[in-house]
Design a binder for this molecule. Structure first.
Ligand code: GUN
Length: 295
C-alpha cells in the first residue's frame, strides 16, 4: 500500500476561506478581529514565524500588529506590556512568541495574559478548561491535528491514538482533547515518551499515530502496522548540502518507508505546519465573536 497524502496546505486553505467569510460578517457588524504578536529578541526562526502570522491575519481581513522588543528586555517590562494589551480593546488575541530570552520566566508571561485573549491556549485556566471538556480555545498545533484527522475522513472516534511526545504544547493537550466525549474525539489515547520501555510495542497498536517527539525520522516502518494513519508534527532541520539553504526540514517519521505501510500520512513540510497558523486565526476570530456577543 502507498498512503494517501493528507494535504495540510489544502485543508488549511479551505479553513482560511471559511474564516475570511466569518471575518467579513464580523466587520459588517463593526467588529475587526485583531491579533497582536509580541516578539522578544532576534531569533531568526521566530522572526519568520511571527512575520507569517501577521501576513496570515491580513490575508483574511483581520487587524494585526507585531511588537518587537530587544533581547535584553526584563520580565517586568514584558508583563507590563501584556497588561496594557489585555486592556486594549483593539486586540482580541495576544500571542507572545516562545521561546523567550533566558532572563524571562515563560510561565510568568503566560499567566499574565487575559485567558479570554489567550489564543495559544497556554494559560493554566485554558489548559484546565480543555481537560474538563469545556474548552474555550484549543492550542493551535493539537487543534490543527484534530482538524486534519476529521477533515481527511479519519475521525478518531473509537480509534486507538498513540501520541509520541508529552510536551505541554502538543502531546499532553492533544491527549486531553482526543479523549473527550465529543465530536472529533472519543478516542482511546496512549502517550509514549523517552522513558517508555519498548515504545514500538505501543506504536504498533496505533490506528492513528501522532509523532510529536522532536526527533528526526525516529518512527521507522517496523514501528507501525499496515493501514495506520500517521500525523507527523515534527519539524527538524537537517543538514543538506544539496539544498540552497544548506538544510531542509524533515519530520519525526521516516516518511519514505512509513508511507508504504500507512493508509494516510501527512508530509513535512505541507502537513501540520500550515494548520498551526490557521488555527491561531480561528481562535482569534472566536475570541472576537465571544466578546461581541458579551461572552
Ligand atoms: N513558538 C513556536 N510555536 C509557538 C506557538 O504556537 N505559540 C507561541 N506563542 N510561540 C511559539
Amino acid at each position: 500500500m502507498s498512503a494517501k497524502i493528507i494535504d495540510g496546505t489544502k485543508i488549511s486553505a479551505e479553513i482560511r476561506c471559511e474564516l475570511k467569510e466569518e471575518v467579513a460578517g464580523l466587520k459588517a457588524q463593526g467588529v475587526v478581529p485583531g491579533l497582536v504578536v509580541v516578539l522578544v529578541g532576534d531569533d531568526p526562526a521566530s522572526a519568520v514565524y511571527v512575520r507569517n502570522k501577521g501576513k496570515a491575519c491580513i490575508d483574511i481581513g483581520m487587524a494585526s500588529e507585531t511588537i518587537t522588543l530587544p533581547a535584553s528586555t526584563t520580565e517586568a517590562d514584558v508583563v507590563d506590556l501584556v497588561k496594557k494589551l489585555n486592556a486594549d480593546p483593539r486586540w482580541h488575541g495576544i500571542l507572545v512568541q516562545l521561546p523567550l530570552p533566558k532572563q524571562i520566566d515563560e510561565s510568568k508571561i503566560i499567566n499574565a495574559i487575559d485567558p479570554a485573549k489567550d489564543v495559544d491556549a497556554f494559560h493554566p485556566f485554558n489548559v484546565g478548561k480543555i481537560l474538563i471538556g469545556e474548552p474555550i480555545f484549543m492550542p493551535c498545533t493539537p487543534f490543527g491535528v484534530q482538524e486534519l484527522l476529521t477533515r481527511s475522513g479519519n475521525d478518531p472516534e473509537g480509534k486507538h491514538v498513540v501520541i509520541c511526545g508529552r510536551s505541554n504544547i502538543v502531546g499532553k493537550p492533544l491527549a486531553a482533547m482526543l479523549v473527550q466525549k465529543r465530536k472529533g474525539a472519543n478516542a482511546t489515547v496512549t502517550i509514549v515518551h523517552t522513558r517508555t520501555k519498548d515504545m514500538a510495542s505501543y506504536t504498533r497498536q496505533a490506528d492513528i499515530l501522532v509523532a510529536a517527539a522532536g526527533s528526526p525520522r525516529m518512527i521507522k516502518a517496523d514501528m507501525v502496522r499496515e493501514g495506520v494513519v500517521v500525523i507527523d508534527v515534527g519539524t527538524n532541520r537537517v543538514d543538506d548540502p544539496t539544498h540552497p539553504k544548506g538544510w531542509r526540514l524533515v519530520g519525526d517519521v521516516d516518511f519514505d518507508a512509513v508511507k508504504e505501510k500507512a493508509s494516510a500520512i501527512t508530509p513535512v513540510p505541507g502537513g501540520v505546519g500550515p494548520m498551526t497558523i490557521t488555527m491561531l486565526l480561528k481562535n482569534t476570530v472566536k475570541a472576537a465573536k465571544m466578546r461581541s456577543e458579551g461572552r
